[in-house]
Design a protein around this ligand. Structure first.
Ligand SMILES: NC(=O)c1ccc[n+]([C@@H]2O[C@H](COP(=O)([O-])OP(=O)(O)OC[C@H]3O[C@@H](n4cnc5c(N)ncnc54)[C@H](OP(=O)(O)O)[C@@H]3O)[C@@H](O)[C@H]2O)c1
Length: 326
């Protein structure tokens, strides 16, 4: 596991350990590794930083890198011949924006280079990472193109923000329509699929999110109310009113995107290939319950990645908009 101490990597590491696998995590040491994993230290961006990986063999490696593609290439080349499968946690962002509803893995891809060593935008970084994994591992590169990822350990602040907001109670600006279909993956389902796929020796790209409409905005927020035991009152508000109030979908109101091309891009992927290859998605109630249980162990201090924007709507702004909408 390259990384393995934060959100997605940590979930994958714990899932592998739970299967009884021997797991090595390679990281800088900024976060504690899951108990039971063997830790190797090194900095992927520093000269000589991969020394700890120069010896050893593994059945599979999982890489979540989202920076420069050349960093993926460096580890992939170093490990080639000593590892069977290189599983790269990629993203559906590898498709140019906007992606039409129903887009499958064979849709158009952004132009990117596996050798790009600089600061590049997220879409090119992920596509470049895919190309770097493919260059070293060919058919044994497994490209898991995730969409929105939720679940315990989330350090982006999407579901944690909704849970914290709803737990605070009072009138909540609930972005409609209530029956808006959502598509996401619980990191634990991503981990289970990825490990099983690596074990089977699968390769190539897979969209790794739930079927579209696995839940709805209404079911998600109702579940947050129920699980937190809050007296919050959801005030369903039409998309046009939210947009007219200059509230940013996705960041001010995490997870939510108004119907249209943004929503099609992020909540309407074709996932039949992964479903045929065994993907199972737990119900939203499980994701919300487990994420809330985890948050409650943290005294309200949810982790936040420094390299991603803070999520959530300012409470004063929310109150103003609700007053206007009342
Ligand atoms: N969130 C979403 O909705 C979403 C959607 C689609 C795809 N994705 C993908 O999901 C993945 C998220 O992965 P993640 O949560 O595991 O986070 P990550 O940022 O990929 O991994 C962080 C890990 O990398 C280690 N690390 C960081 N810099 C390092 C360096 N220079 N050298 C060695 N190790 C280093 C950290 O270890 P220490 O700090 O312990 O040293 C930590 O274990 C990404 O691939 C992202 O593109 C996310």
């Amino acid at each position: 596991m390259l990384g393995g101490t934060e959100f997605v990597g940590r979930t994958v590491t714990e899932a592998a350990l739970a299967r009884g696998w021997q797991v090595t995590v390679f990281h800088r040491g900024h976060h504690a590794p899951p108990q039971g994993a063997t830790a190797l230290r090194g900095d992927r961006t520093a000269p000589g930083g991969l020394t700890a990986l120069e010896h050893g063999t593994w059945d599979a490696v999982v890489d979540t890198w989202s920076g420069a593609p050349s960093t993926v290439g460096d580890t992939a080349r170093l490990l080639a011949g000593r590892v069977r499968t290189y599983a790269y946690v990629s993203s559906r962002s590898v498709h140019p924006f906007p992606a039409p509803a129903g887009l499958a893995e064979d849709g158009p891809l952004v132009e990117a280079s596996p050798d790009d060593g600089g600061d590049t935008d997220y879409a090119r970084a992920k596509r470049g990472g895919e190309l770097a994994a493919l260059a070293a591992f060919g058919d044994h590169a497994l490209l898991a193109r995730a969409g929105l990822i939720l679940g315990p350990y989330e350090n982006i602040g999407r579901l944690p923000w909704w849970l914290t907001r709803i737990a605070r109670g009072g009138p909540v600006l609930a972005p409609g329509p209530r029956d808006l279909p959502l598509q996401y993956i619980d990191a634990r389902d991503l981990a289970a699929w990825l490990l099983a796929a690596a074990e089977r020796g699968l390769g190539g790209p897979y969209n790794l999110v739930s079927p579209p409409g696995h839940t709805t905005m209404g079911e998600l927020l109702d579940t947050c109310v129920r699980v937190t035991g809050s007296s919050a009152e959801l005030r369903w508000t039409a998309p046009d009113r939210i947009l007219a109030a200059d509230i940013a979908p996705w960041t001010d109101l995490p997870i939510w995107l108004p119907p249209g091309e943004l929503h099609d891009t992020l909540h309407a992927a074709d996932v039949s290939k992964a479903l045929t290859a065994g993907l199972r998605c737990r119900p939203i109630a499980d994701t919300v319950t487990a994420t809330w249980a985890w948050l409650r162990t943290l005294d309200g201090q949810a982790p936040q990645r420094a390299d991603r924007p803070r999520m959530g709507l300012d409470p004063q702004r929310e109150a103003e908009v609700l007053r206007g909408a009342a």
